[in-house]
Ligand binder design. Structure first.
Ligand code: DP6
Length: 334
C-alpha cells in the first residue's frame, strides 16, 4: 500500500489541492517512549512490529509554521537556519508535503522552531512531523479527528503518531495492511508527580538514523525474536503501574525496556550503539543512586542522551547529582 493511497482514504471528500488559508501554524510536543517502537512490518507506511507506549513532554517540542510562498521551491528554516534542499531531513519533509498537493504545488516556506536539539535522539523528528500534520490540517481546513491525524503523522515518522496527544499515549500495533488501525491513543490517566529529566550529552547529529538502525536490528540481530514478547510484557506492566500509581514498577519497566532495546541493537551486524562515554557514566550514576535508595530510572533512545525518570519529591536530590539536567513535568498545567 502506498502512502498516497492512505492519504486518499483518510481525506476522501476533504481532499483539496488548494489550501484554505495562506498560512497556518501548530505545535506538538516531543514524546519519550517508556516502551519502545523498534522494528517495522512495513517500511513505506511506518507500520510497527509491536505496539509502544510514551509520555509527551508538554512544553518541549516543535512549532511549525507553513506559508504559501509563491516560489519555485520549498524553503525550510529550522531554528532560523535555512536547510539545504538536498539534506535527508528536508527531503523527508518535502516528500511528506507532496502527499497533500499536486505536482509539488503550492510551494511552502516552513519555519520550524524547536526548543530541543535536533536529531540527538530526542524525538525531534516525531514532534516535527506531528506539528506539520496539525499545521496542514489547519491550512487545508480538514478538521480531521485526532486518530486520523495520528495516522498521517505516522507516514512522516512512526513515533510522530504519538506526539499528536499529550500525556500517556499508546500506539496500537494494528493488523491491517493499510495501517488504518495503527495510531496513537491517549491514555486518560494523569501522574502529576512524574518528572522526566533530560540529560543532553552531545548536540552532535547521530550518524545512523533510527530508521536504518531499526531495520538492521530486525534483519540481523539474533536477539530480535525475543523483542515482541518483551514489549507485550512491558506494556501490560506499565499500564498496571499507571493504574496503581506504582512509580518503581513504571521506572523499572521503562529502564529494562530501553536496555533490552539497546542490547538488541548491539547484537545487530554491523553493531549499533548510540552510547558515548558520558551515556554510560550517567547510567552508572543512576544505578549507584538507586542502590542508595533514590527512586530514579532512565531511558535512552536513538542517541547518546539519557532521560531520567523520577518523582517531584526528589527534584532537589536529582539536581544535586545531575547539574545540567533539564526537568520536565509532563502533567503540569501550562
Ligand atoms: C528509539 O519514529 O524516528 O525513539 O518511523 O523510521 O521515522 P521512523 O523512526 P522513529 O523511531 C523512533 C525510535 C525510538 C523509540 C520510540 O520512540 O519508540
Amino acid at each position: 500500500v502506498k502512502k498516497s493511497e492512505v492519504v486518499r482514504l483518510i481525506l476522501k471528500e476533504r481532499w483539496r489541492a488548494a489550501p484554505y488559508h495562506l498560512q497556518a501554524n501548530a505545535y506538538a510536543p516531543i514524546n519519550i517512549a517508556l516502551c519502545k517502537y523498534w522494528g517495522k512490518r512495513d517500511q513505506e507506511l511506518n507500520l510497527p512490529l509491536t505496539s509502544s507506549f510514551s509520555i509527551s513532554l508538554n512544553n518541549h517540542g516543535a512549532t511549525t509554521e507553513l506559508k504559501i510562498n509563491g516560489k519555485e521551491n520549498d524553503e525550510i528554516f529550522v531554528n532560523d537556519i535555512l536547510i539545504s534542499e538536498d539534506s535527508v531531513f528536508s527531503k523527508r519533509l518535502i516528500d511528506f508535503l507532496d502527499l497533500f498537493r499536486h505536482d509539488h504545488f503550492p510551494r511552502f516556506t516552513m519555519i520550524i522552531k524547536t526548543n530541543i536539539p535536533i536529531a540527538a535522539g530526542l524525538a525531534s523528528s516525531a514532534c516535527g512531523f506531528a506539528a506539520m500534520t496539525l499545521a496542514l490540517d489547519k491550512l487545508f481546513n480538514w478538521q480531521l479527528p485526532k486518530d486520523k491525524l495520528s495516522i498521517l503523522a505516522r507516514l512522516g515518522s512512526g513515533s510522530a503518531c504519538r506526539s499528536i496527544w499529550d500525556g500517556f499515549v499508546e500506539w496500537q500495533v494494528g493488523v491491517s495492511a493499510d495501517g488504518m488501525d495503527s495510531y496513537g491513543i491517549a491514555i486518560p490517566n494523569k501522574w502529576p508527580d512524574l518528572c522526566v529529566g533530560l540529560l543532553i550529552m552531545s548536540l552532535q547529529e547521530k550518524n545512523l538514523s533510527s530508521r536504518e538502525a531499526m531495520q538492521r536490528t530486525v534483519m540481523t540481530s539474533p536477539l530480535y525474536q525475543a523483542w515482541p514478547n518483551k514489549v507485550t510484557h512491558d506494556l501490560f506492566i506499565l499500564k498496571q503501574a499507571i493504574c496503581d500509581n506504582d512509580f518503581n514498577s513504571l521506572g523499572k519497566t521503562a529502564e529494562s525496556n530501553a536496555t533490552t532495546m539497546h542490547a538488541t541493537m548491539l547484537s545487530a551486524w554491523p553493531p549499533v550503539s548510540y552510547a558515548i562515554p558520558e551515556t554510560l557514566h550517567a547510567m552508572h550514576t543512576v544505578w549507584k543512586l538507586r542502590d542508595q535508595g533514590l527512586a530514579i530510572y532512565f531511558t535512552q533512545d536513538a542517541g547518546p542522551n539519557i532521560k531520567l525518570l523520577f518523582q517531584k519529591n526528589d527534584i532537589q536530590n536529582v539536581r544535586e547529582h545531575f547539574a545540567a539536567v533539564d526537568i520536565v513535568e509532563p502533567f503540569l498545567e501550562i
